[in-house]
Write a protein that binds this ligand. Structure first.
Ligand code: FAD
Length: 454
């Protein structure tokens, strides 16, 4: 392992490897891929060190917070591919259904070493803590879903992109190495178990786990590393050259559509970074993409890592809460309920089209997400209700919902990581966005026609 990879590793439990272990266990949770995954490579390294086979374990929790068939289906498509690629590498993939921390602890009883990947949301951090407290072997956690490990650029919550940007760029040079692929020495053929689940029929698996089916699967995105990589190739060729000037264009979308793949760890952000930097599209397009995928995305990770109330209205900065409270009594005209919003029944055809797109496809362009959220703030009877409704719809419909980015960006609608603007009705000093802005900048009627035809 090269040093840059080692700087991604944290020891969660420093007990020695178990002498009579029958495998090394990689609990795959956040980095759901067999390539460019430093946690996978670290586990493979330990398997070779201990002369043991490698078991890769993924535990599907049917009660995962806010997860529906939409999220499960996309995730399982990705896992099906990862399962096959894991087998090609000579490791065994155990897919189990259950409570993650409990299941991992049970399987770790016969393992020599446990390696996992790093995650940042509260319940994911708790799962790892619980596992480390329960098991009595070496436990390592490896951080592979950010370019710069979260504790490296800063040890506090940054207030804005402008404050974290120079720190991330300074740290970046130390974290540019992709992990080398470790060849496994011991084959894992003997590790199969009757509890291991098959993904031959994803629909049947979904029926078996009995998850929430109120939001169905989407056909606009197919999960998996190879699909992520082919979207990346398409983006580099067709869209990256326009990213600098035209990334905000909601009609001619020169964006990558990679956020669902990043959310499920089906592709490495570092792999994307290198492909973008090696591409022919130099200058502003590269810089703008790095601004979004490094600075904005990792600002979101910094936010949830340092602010344990990241999913609450209370997490907003004081100036934003104060100005919103001062305007809480302003008349909202029109005003809508959460149900009217979810059904896309407002007087704003642009907004309804955006709500329709997200219900049908599980995705929205960034500029539309901003507009979508800002209008909710303007329409609901209180800023707190507006915050809760925005977050709930975000996480219910977006494939990339329930991400660090979900919490940071919904909070941005309400003033987080932003500054005060000239004071207005309802919004106070929080930034607004208007339909006239959309009409001026884009062929928004073409967008509405497109969304209505979905
Ligand atoms: C109200 C609101 C809600 C949002 N909810 C989510 C969410 O639930 N999950 C989510 O992943 N993103 C969310 N975003 C951020 C952003 O809109 C999406 O990441 C982006 O639109 C994804 O599309 P893309 O992959 O085509 O982006 P591209 O423009 O191709 O960008 C590449 C990558 O950079 C990152 N990125 C791009 N824009 C931003 C941004 N503004 N902030 C942080 N990272 C960014 C994403 O990881 C993205 O995949 C939200 C933004 C707003 C304003």
């Amino acid at each position: 392992m090269v040093r840059a990879i080692e700087r991604r590793i944290r020891v969660l439990k420093s007990d020695p490897p178990r002498q009579d272990g029958d495998c090394v266990l990689y609990w795959m949770q956040h980095s759901q891929r067999a390539f460019a995954n430093p946690a996978f490579e670290r586990a493979a390294y330990w398997a070779n060190e201990c002369a043991l086979p490698l078991r890769v374990l993924f535990v599907v929790d049917p009660d995962y917070p806010d997860a529906s068939e939409r999220h499960f289906y996309f995730m399982l498509e990705g896992l099906k591919e990862t399962m096959a690629e894991t087998a090609k590498r000579g490791a065994h993939f155990s897919l189990r259904i259950g409570k993650p921390a409990e299941t991992v602890a049970r399987l770790a009883r016969s393992a020599a070493v446990l390696v996992t990947d790093r995650a940042y949301l509260r319940h994911l951090v708790e799962w790892r803590k619980e596992v480390a407290e329960t098991v009595d072997i070496l436990v390592e956690e490896v951080e592979g879903d950010v370019i710069v490990p979260v504790d490296e650029p800063t040890d506090k919550m940054e207030s804005a992109a402008r404050t974290i940007r120079p720190r991330l760029h300074k740290a970046l040079k130390n974290f540019l190495d992709l992990p080398g692929e470790v060849t496994l020495k011991v084959n894992a053929k003997g590790l199969g178990h009757e509890d291991d689940q098959s993904l031959d029929d994803i629909g049947a698996f979904i029926d078996r786990i009995g998850c929430d089916t109120s939001v169905g699967r989407v056909t606009f995105f197919r999960g998996g590393t190879s699909e992520a990589r082919s979207r990346l190739t398409h983006f580099l060729r067709q869209d990256l050259p326009h990213y600098g000037d035209d990334r905000a264009d909601i009609v001619d979308r020169h964006v990558s559509h990679l956020s669902p793949y990043l959310h499920f760890g089906q592709i490495s952000p570092l792999e994307i970074y290198h492909k973008v930097m090696d591409s022919k599209a130099k200058g502003e397009s590269q810089d703008s993409f790095v601004e979004e995928m490094l600075v904005r995305r990792e600002l979101g990770v910094n936010f949830v890592h340092h602010n344990r109330r990241y999913d609450s209205f209370d997490a907003l900065p004081d100036w934003a809460k104060k100005t919103l409270a001062e305007h809480a009594g302003d008349t909202r005209a029109p005003s809508y309920t959460a149900k009217q919003l979810e059904d896309g029944k407002t007087e704003d055809p642009y907004w309804n089209a955006a709500m329709r797109e997200m219900r049908v496809t599980g995705y929205l362009h960034n500029h539309l997400r901003m507009y979508w959220g800002k209008r909710i703030l303007g329409w609901m009877r209180s800023p707190k209700t507006a915050y809760e409704t925005t977050l709930a719809l975000n996480n219910k419909y977006f494939l990339d919902g329930r991400d660090a980015n979900s919490y940071a960006n919904v909070a941005w609608i309400f003033g987080m990581h932003d500054r005060g603007w000239p004071e207005r009705e309802v919004y106070g000093k929080v930034r607004t966005m208007t339909p006239s802005g959309l009409k001026r900048k884009f062929d928004i009627d073409a967008y509405v026609r497109w969304a209505e035809a979905l």
